[in-house]
Design a protein around this ligand. Structure first.
Ligand code: GRF
Length: 207
């Protein structure tokens, strides 16, 4: 399975996936390219540290959104990428991209979708909203990407308790360590083993 990653920041989810491939948890798969919209994203460093191509393809380098989406499609097609994983990616990709890779793009969101998701809910903002609402449980969701924001078929979710003295930072850390970094590699393993099927906008897992 050839994987392409889309990143914007620190790349801790990318690292979790790289580690899972290198320690054999995910078999018959390799990340062939990592694309960031930010030239300085540490995620690109992580890729290079593991001998993986890391490039910057940014919307600002194109005359319009469609040209940007076509450049992304071309980049991944040239490398015969089978699965695209968004890991801390903050750019909303266009319909042309989603249609081209229908049910072959995954994303991770740091809440239990459909709570605390959609436009404006990303990074620490998600955890602040969780604390402001006073929910006792939060978590992370891996889903296939469709034309909406955080609206695609849900693949895996993992719950994490919210503690009385949590700050948005301590909560983000726990959600990443105890949920994101666990379920993202697992979702990719299931995909690599052909165990995921999308039916009527829901994901069926055959174990
Ligand atoms: C984190 O908030 C994560 O929940 C979300 O993007 C942010 C950074 O992720 N997916 P990463 O460290 O760049 O993978």
């Amino acid at each position: 399975l050839k994987i392409g990653a889309l990143v914007s920041g620190g790349g801790t989810n990318l690292q979790a996936i790289i580690d899972a491939i290198e320690n054999g948890k995910i078999k018959n798969a390799r990340i062939v390219t990592v694309v960031s919209n930010k030239p300085q994203a540490y995620a690109l460093e992580r890729a290079k540290n593991h001998g993986i191509e890391g490039v910057c393809i940014a919307p600002k380098d194109f005359s319009n959104r469609e040209a940007f989406n076509l450049a992304l499609i071309k980049h991944f097609e040239e490398r015969q990428v089978d699965l695209i994983v968004m890991a801390g990616y903050l750019v909303v990709v266009g319909e042309s991209f989603v249609k081209h890779f229908r049910n072959r793009i995954m994303n991770i969101h740091p809440s239990l979708i459909p709570s605390f998701c959609g436009d404006g809910y990303y990074g620490l903002k998600v955890h602040q909203a969780v604390l402001d609402r006073g929910v006792k449980v939060t978590g992370a969701t891996v889903h296939f990407v469709d034309e909406g924001t955080d609206t695609g078929p849900i693949i895996l979710q993992k719950a994490v308790e919210v503690r009385q003295n949590d700050t948005k930072e301590t909560l983000q850390k726990r959600v990443m360590e105890e949920a994101e970094w666990m379920i993202y590699p697992e979702a990719i393993r299931l995909y690599a083993e052909g165990k995921l099927k999308v039916q009527d906008h829901k994901v069926i897992i055959s174990e």
